[in-house]
Design a protein around this ligand. Structure first.
Ligand code: G3H
Ligand code: 13P
Ligand code: ZN
Length: 333
């Protein structure tokens, strides 16, 4: 049994309170590799931002849960080595799909877990989330639950269409589960293909997707004043990365994300955690493809992973400073 506090990690409670009050959002970046972890820490330290490093079930299968936990412990030490005396780093389980998985993470140093029962019937979602909350709170681990279904693929849970969160359910759900934050569905979705071109409007040669359901977000805020809200599926799928990938041998068609202005607007509301994974994948792939195309003789992974790490770091800093507004928001620098 390892408690996250012994690893120098923090839970989400205090940072969410400050983010909701301050009108900004905390970045939640997924990681699977050392380069992603390094880029996240460098970006958070340079911008003096709290940060959530999140691990999906797929990431645990790929990299091994124990290794990722030690990487998070290493992230805290690395942040200090880079000159940040009081880093605020959360190690979060993304899309936990069972009580057992959440318990395993809590017992092994995670400071926050998500229990995603969003595909279950309402009462079953409540019962599962409450079971996780009751266990997690004994160790001061915070819990994110989800109400409403995002379009796209949530690990093994596929939803062809999203079902927006019903504002009339949020008080009952948050009260009965005791969850610390609530992921909602207002039109975001996972992956790099969030909308079909047919769903978009062509404005000055650019495909603009339909806006997020801000009316639903505002209704939820009214029902739960000050309660931390989470947005999944919030990559913006930058066109320059997609173009670079395609220019250097990739084939990504109709890749469309959430416009950053909408995420900026959401960050000013009770949305205090914004999940970004696909943009990191795109930044990494674009840099690797470009490097290998321009240097066909290179075969040392450091030669192409270094520009990949740089590109991800640039993207993370951009999100923190220009989209979420969490720069300079550490409680103590
Ligand atoms: O929401 C899903 C995250 O992007 C994680 O994706 O399950 O492929 O690691 P993954
Ligand atoms: P994106 O695929 O939009 O990056 O969303 C990531 C996510 O929600 C992780 O839980
Ligand atoms: Zn997600």
């Amino acid at each position: 049994m390892v408690n996250y506090k012994d690893l120098g990690l923090v839970n989400t409670r205090e940072m969410f309170k400050r983010a909701v009050a301050g009108g900004y959002a905390i970045p939640a970046f997924n990681f699977n590799t050392m380069e992603q972890m390094q880029a996240i820490v460098m970006a958070a330290v340079e911008t003096k931002s709290p940060v959530i490093m999140q691990v999906s079930k797929g990431a645990r299968n790929y990299a091994n849960g124990t290794i990722l936990r030690y990487m998070a412990e290493g992230a805290v030490a690395y942040a200090k080595e880079l000159g940040c005396e009081h880093p605020e780093i959360v190690l979060h389980l993304d899309h936990g799909d069972s009580f057992e998985l959440c318990k395993e993470c809590i017992d092994n140093g995670f400071s926050s877990v998500m229990i995603d029962g969003s595909s279950l019937p309402y009462e079953e979602n409540i019962a599962l989330a409450k079971k996780v909350v009751d266990y997690a709170h004994q160790f001061d681990v915070t819990v994110e639950a989800e109400l409403g279904v995002l379009a796209g693929v949530e690990d093994e849970v596929a939803a062809a269409e999203s079902h927006y969160t019903k504002p009339e359910e949020v008080i009952d759900f948050s009260t009965r589960t005791g969850c610390d934050s609530l992921a909602i569905s207002i039109g975001t979705s996972h992956g790099a293909h969030k909308f079909t071109p047919e769903q978009c409007t062509l404005v000055n040669g650019v495909l603009v997707p339909p806006p997020l359901a801000f009316d639903i977000l505002h209704e939820i805020e009214k029902k739960l004043p000050g309660f931390p809200i989470v947005l999944h599926g919030s990559s913006s799928v930058p066109m320059e990365e997609v173009n670079t990938i395609n220019q250097y041998g990739g084939h990504l068609e109709a890749a469309i994300g959430i416009p950053e202005e909408q995420l900026r607007e959401a960050s000013k509301s009770a949305v205090c955690k914004i999940n970004i994974d696909s943009d990191s994948r795109l930044a990494m792939t674009a840099a690797i493809r470009k490097h290998l195309a321009e240097h066909p003789g290179d075969f040392d992974p450091r030669q192409y992973l270094k520009p990949a790490r740089e590109n991800m770091k640039k993207m993370y800093i951009h999100k923190i400073v220009n989209v979420l507004g969490s720069d300079g928001k550490l409680a103590q620098c």
